[in-house]
Design a protein around this ligand. Structure first.
Ligand SMILES: Cc1cc2nc3c(=O)[nH]c(=O)nc-3n(C[C@H](O)[C@H](O)[C@H](O)COP(=O)(O)OP(=O)(O)OC[C@H]3O[C@@H](n4cnc5c(N)ncnc54)[C@H](O)[C@@H]3O)c2cc1C
Length: 411
């Protein structure tokens, strides 16, 4: 197993457990395996998502959903929950469906995987950077970077294996090894990022969070998401933005992260109902200042003031003086305000790579390569990525588990 992340560990444990006759060696480049698990979910590790229907689960993968459909019918979120429960780790569900260990600590998951690997008989070698893998008749020759192994002279710089799992995440060496063995790689670009908006007055509202409907126009395509939107010091974030960034990852990259975003700040109201509401306020509160007396309930005061000012309505204007033209502009601002995205930011809690090994090169029943028998793939090295919410780990658990089950088989 090359790569000691979520997918590599799951694959190694599944293989060693299902096929006790196999000798499973896990090679991890860094000194500390499972580094991403440790930092994941803001240190809490969003292990999976409480969506227990494969058909529903696949809807959350901008790339790879179709290929994962069958895979999830064999190992899905509920299997993940049960798998961890078997090792005494309980998961809890948050209102938005994200599942975390009840300890709220990723260390629980790291410890669990480490102990599970040990008890299954997996040999974990850290500081083992694999630089190449070649096929020699029915065996694989694995070469390690010299000078990197600190675990004693007994370890060779070359290893021979009957079967190999490549689970190196988005690491370049992993892509190079896959390419050398005949696979196609979809170019890697980031997914799950925030949007930069160069509007200092908007950024003054950092911390404001509302439910909104977002429409992204980029290179002639339109993407839409409704959900929580968070204003930040650099622009926009929150689940709705992160989902848009995932679905638009490739096209946004190709457009250098320049796009137009339309925000409906009141997705629950249709524009005609909104018009009637505003006209009612105009007649009932005619002497009140528009900027200080909100026309719609529940919208944060600061956000209302900002939107009113975007229309050009001055701080001294009263409801009585609201012209038809400004009323129309206000409705437009509230329901389809236009914002220019100029660059992307980092969402610290989770990010992932779009691109990787082309899925046509892989048999998703076993995760075995179609180009190189005996070679398997799992996790982020594949051209699979999910939206935020635990879906990325789920694909790592599923593909790792399937590969591990298949790799030890004598057939
Ligand atoms: C900050 C952050 C937070 C995240 N939070 C979440 C979350 O809460 N929920 C969620 O679902 N997803 C989350 N993700 C995404 C998730 O971490 C990845 O989808 C997942 O880790 C992929 O697992 P993997 O095993 O395929 O790859 P990785 O976790 O990247 O593991 C690959 C391993 O291979 C090793 N390796 C690479 N090249 C070599 C080599 N040549 N030789 C030997 N070893 C090598 C690497 O050192 C690494 O340990 C987060 C990602 C980040 C960056």
């Amino acid at each position: 197993m090359i790569g000691g992340g979520a997918a590599g560990f799951f694959g190694a444990i599944a293989c060693a457990k299902a096929h006790p006759h196999t000798q499973v060696i896990l090679l991890e480049a860094s000194r500390q395996p499972l580094a991403k698990v440790r930092v994941s979910g803001g240190g809490r590790c969003n292990v999976t998502h409480a969506c227990f229907e494969p058909a529903g689960l696949v809807q959350n993968y901008p790339r790879g959903g179709k290929a994962l459909r069958g895979a999830f019918s064999r190992f899905q979120s509920l299997d993940t929950v049960n798998w961890f429960a078997e090792y005494g780790v309980k998961l809890k569900t948050e209102p938005d469906g994200r599942m975390f260990p009840t300890t709220d600590s990723s260390a629980t998951i790291v410890d669990c995987l480490t102990k599970a690997a040990l008890s299954a008989g997996v040999e974990v070698r850290t500081g083992a950077v694999v630089v190449s893998v070649s096929r020699q008749l029915d065996k694989f020759e694995i070469s390690l970077k010299s000078g990197e192994i600190l675990q004693g002279d007994r370890q060779a710089m070359r290893l021979s294996a009957d079967r190999v799992l490549l689970s190196t995440g988005s690491n370049q060496i992993g892509y190079q090894i896959a390419t050398a063995l005949g696979h196609h790689i979809e170019p890697a670009v980031p997914s799950l990022f925030t949007f930069n908006v160069l509007d200092s007055r908007l950024r003054d509202l950092a911390g404001v969070s509302v439910d909104a409907r977002l429409k992204l126009s980029v290179a002639g395509s339109q993407l839409e998401q409704t959900g929580s939107l968070l204003i930040t010091h650099w622009g926009l974030s929150g689940p709705a933005v992160l989902k848009l960034s995932a679905w638009g990852a490739r096209v946004l990259h190709d457009c250098h992260y320049q796009a137009t975003l339309l925000i409906n700040w009141l997705p629950q109201l249709n524009p005609e109902v909104l018009r009637q509401k505003l006209l009612l306020v105009k007649s009932e509160s005619s002497q009140k200042l528009i900027a200080l007396h909100r026309g719609v309930d529940k919208m944060p005061h600061r956000l209302w003031q900002y939107l009113v000012s975007r229309v050009g309505i001055g701080g001294e204007e009263r409801w009585a003086g609201l012209s038809n033209k400004n009323l129309n502009l206000l409705i437009q601002e509230l329901t389809q305000g236009q914002y220019l995205i100029q660059g992307k930011g980092v969402f610290k809690e989770e990010f992932v790579t779009c691109g990787g090994v082309n899925l046509k090169d892989v048999n998703f029943k076993t995760m075995e390569s179609r180009c190189c028998p005996g070679l398997y793939f799992a996790g982020e090295i594949l051209d699979i990525d999910g939206v935020t919410g635990g879906f990325n780990f789920q694909s790592a658990w599923t593909t790792g588990w399937l590969a591990g089950q298949a790799m030890g088989s004598r057939e």
